[in-house]
Ligand binder design. Structure first.
Ligand code: SAM
Length: 398
């Protein structure tokens, strides 16, 4: 690695640690440390993993009971291994496993993963929700959202919706809604490239500043969607202060005392034997003035949403609520006239109006067995094929 990264590291590491940092990176390049996470749906023990031929090399210290280091040679073709294909195991960088742990997700919560593809952290959030509550996994990139969708389908939980929206668009759809928000931001990925000995680890300040602009925007979007008293985690896999501490500082700058920083931490190659990354945990506090501003925005948002929901309800009969044990989601069961030209599978609609409504408004894209639908750019939900169509509509307390 060359000079730019060295210069930047000088700002954040004591001088005597720099040689240790670079030799630890060399070691990671020569002998990569691979790690995996087991799903909570069917938590495989170390013995069971060994029985599948996976040779373990110890637990990830901050992911006890579900995160393991393993020998790369024992999982030579991960993409096609049955454990991975069946969604029982996810190959994940050890430092990434800590991010969701710090988010403190509990069953029943509404959680937003704003930058979700390819889905590693979303699967971990689902593992923490245990089927109760709701995850909105968003990814703006239309190609990457397909991978995300496939990954989450494989993981096996249904209490989620996959969206593809820009952070700013989402902000107005979900003002102060979520109990937990994860902003795992796009970044210059210095640690990712460093462990591969890739010259792209040597990022210029200009590139870092470009990411910073995007990150500041996304963090602000995420914060606006967080409930008062809720918790947000901001994380990157890069070393630069510009993309980490400075981004957090900009949040404090804009939202003042409403931002309570609970913790800020970094993992380092020479201290933790992982490529490393940054994460900050923030809580949203009630503050005079700011609070009333948010309240106003939030009420306006709710009214707008309520009107849109009424529009939908007029056209589509809601037969069941709390479908599949999920108290905070609507289940729409539509029965009656078929619409073969719109969807080829077994979708059954209530009324001619409902048929018309779906014909006119839908603008989602169809994947193997699910359909995401946006209505006037608002997410309606994730349609799941089965005996008739079942769909999540967004939580009724919006
Ligand atoms: N959280 C993911 C995981 O654990 O698998 C990794 C996320 S990756 C670090 C950052 C993602 O943010 C990329 O997939 C990128 O396409 C996406 N992204 C970039 N700009 C975005 C935006 N404006 N809104 C939402 N996502 C964005």
């Amino acid at each position: 690695m060359k000079s730019a990264i060295q210069e930047r590291l000088r700002e954040i590491l004591p001088l005597e640690e720099l040689p240790l940092f670079f030799s630890a990176i060399e070691e990671l390049v020569a002998k990569p440390r691979k790690s995996l996470r087991v799903s909570s749906r069917n938590r495989l023990s170390a013995t069971e993993l060994s029985a599948h031929g996976v040779s373990l090399e110890g637990e990830v210290p901050w992911a006890k009971g579900f995160g393991h280091f393993f020998r790369k040679e024992s999982l030579p073709d991960p993409a096609h291994h049955p454990l991975i294909a069946s969604g029982l195991v996810y190959i994940q960088e050890a430092s990434a496993m800590e991010v969701v742990e710090m988010l403190d997700v509990r069953p029943g919560m509404h959680v937003l993963d704003l930058c979700a593809a390819p889905g590693g952290k979303s699967t971990q959030i689902l593992d923490r929700l245990l089927g109760q509550g709701f995850l909105v996994a968003n990814e703006v990139n239309r190609e990457r959202v397909k991978k995300l969708d496939a990954m989450l389908a494989r993981w096996g939980y249904l209490n989620l919706a996959v969206l593809s929206m820009d952070g700013a668009q989402m902000e107005s759809a979900f003002p102060q809604h979520f109990d937990r928000v994860l902003v795992d931001a796009p970044c210059s990925s210095e640690s990712f490239f460093a462990k591969r000995n890739d010259h792209r680890a040597d990022v210029s300040e200009r590139e870092s500043l470009q990411f910073q602009r995007l990150q500041i925007g996304l963090l602000s979007n995420g914060f606006q969607m967080l409930k008062e008293g809720g918790r947000l985690v901001y994380s990157t896999c890069t070393y630069s202060r510009l993309e980490n501490e400075e981004v957090l500082a900009s949040l404090v700058n804009v939202f003042g005392d409403a931002v309570k920083i609970l913790s800020e931490q970094r993992r380092w190659p020479h201290r933790d034997r992982v490529p490393g990354g940054y994460l900050a945990v923030v809580e949203k506090r009630l503050v005079n003035g700011f609070e009333s501003n948010l309240r106003l925005n939030s009420l306006a948002g709710r009214e707008e949403w309520a009107k849109k929901m009424d529009g939908i309800r007029e056209k589509v009969r809601v037969e069941a609520q709390g479908w599949n044990g999920e108290p905070n989601a609507y289940a729409l069961v539509m029965a009656g006239e078929k619409s073969p030209d719109l969807f080829s599978r077994d979708i059954v609609l209530t009324t001619p109006e409902a048929t018309e409504f779906l014909k006119r408004q839908w603008s989602g894209d169809q994947s193997k067995d699910r359909l995401r639908v946006l209505w006037n750019e608002f997410p309606i939900g994730l349609f799941q094929y089965g005996k008739g169509i079942r769909s999540y509509i967004f939580p009724q307390n919006l």
